[in-house]
Design a protein around this ligand. Sequence first.
Ligand SMILES: Cc1cc2nc3c(=O)[nH]c(=O)nc-3n(C[C@H](O)[C@H](O)[C@H](O)COP(=O)(O)O)c2cc1C
Ligand code: SF4
Length: 500
Amino acid sequence: MGRRVYVPDDVSAIAAGADRVAKALARRPDLTVVRTSSRGAFFLEPLVEADGPEGRLAWPNAAPKDAARIAAGAGGMPVAKIPFLVRQTRFTFARAGLAEPLSVEDYEAGGGFRGLRRALEIAPQAIVDELKTSGLRGRGGAAFPAGVKWQTTRDAPAEQKYVVANADEGDPGTYSDRMVMEGEPYRLLEGMAICARAVGASRGHIYCRSEYPHAIRKLRAAIARAAESSFLGRRILGSDLTFQVEVFVGAGAYICGAEAALLESLEGKRGMVRFKPPFPAVQGLHQQPTVVNNVITFATVPDILERGGAWHASIGTEKSKGTMPLQLAGAIRQSGLVEVPFGVTLESVLHDFGGGLPRGSRFKAVQVGGPLGSIFPEKLLKTPICFDAFTEAGGILGHGGIVVFDRDTDMVELARHFMQFTADESCGKCTPCRVGSTRSREILEQVLAGTATAEDIETIRDLSETMKATSLCALGGLAPYPVLTALEHFPKEFTQRLRK
Ligand SMILES: Cc1cc2nc3c(=O)[nH]c(=O)nc-3n(C[C@H](O)[C@H](O)[C@H](O)COP(=O)(O)O)c2cc1C
Ligand code: SF4
């Protein structure tokens, strides 16, 4: 067996050429190639690593021609000296890039399943109490306190309860759920099993978007291996907990990420939003009490059980506890996953981690929180990464997607693009969203064509207020924000195109 070299098999690394590099390295008899997860520094992929005297050495942007150099250990830089990685505070992604994603042994050796073991030792209510103490808020977008949701399902009397992981990850530019599912699937399964024990559920579903075939394959393999090792299935680790998990592949609609539409889809129906109440925690899948949480929410739970809720509550800001995995994309030098404690400013994330804009580009705006997120100009970059600070600034943190736009970006076209997105993805159940998004998109097309008047802009504002106030779900309720904030911060781009 030759010297071990580590090559990520995350789909972003593969897109950057990791498979070709792995093949070239595997041809050498003096090397053994181990496929690991990715550290999330996508601008450095394929990032090949090998064990060095003081920790791992890395060869960023490796190519097949580098095989001999890597085999000789020449030119590798210590991973511990990559600023993008060492400046982060990683808990949920602490082991990203270190282990073989499907190895149960690797996962356990890195501290995996300790949270589940503790959960099996304490009373189910104590698990819920630990979660409440932790202050964990959902990472899927709505930021609802996870402990309160779990308590509601726990208190709802039913023969059958369900745990559902929302892995639809529909926001363009986000990938933290995918990285967990591809890189450390046992972390998600462990979080779900802890939840099952807390609320009294015996069945779980992972609703994964069809665009993630690698994640789907790995999740299915991980479920089978976890069951073989008694971490899932009947009488988990000899306890009285039985918990079976299945992967359900979504049909590719943004609205199916909204929990009510997700549950409809999971029941085999068209993904349409349901009226609330009743909330899914009381009447969810097949009308039974169901916890629906985002993948990152579940993936945060094992650490909370292992280290205690107070530990988690000691990190972050007053009302946003713990860390947030942010996902950088767009006009930024260093794109990738950045896990930081809540409270770090948006500016620091873009500069200290993102490395600023590529040479020759100038900053214009940033959108946080996916296609429904507000457009922030430079003056709002001091906003801390924190659910409430973002709400106060008129935006959303959402699932932590951050897309940077440079000076060449046409804000009217951007506003049109996002309204088109809503018009395409609206489930059509309520009029304000169905008609409002289509009409707003048409007006924005007229602005681009130079045929709109100032009155038309007022109509967009009117429609937006109606959508915000009367839409049945957050798709219609938040869709006006990108347009309204583009209008607020870049008014000239709209007015100079109007018909006089
Ligand atoms: C239009 C729309 C799309 C959504 N997409 C997602 C998604 O892709 N993933 C997700 O976890 N939550 C998504 N949500 C939020 C879910 O409805 C729900 O709040 C979340 O799954 C609850 O889990 P959490 O509390 O752990 O965040 C979406 C909501 C709306 C209104
Ligand atoms: S707001 Fe849009 S997506 Fe939500 S229920 Fe109404 S039509 Fe459907």
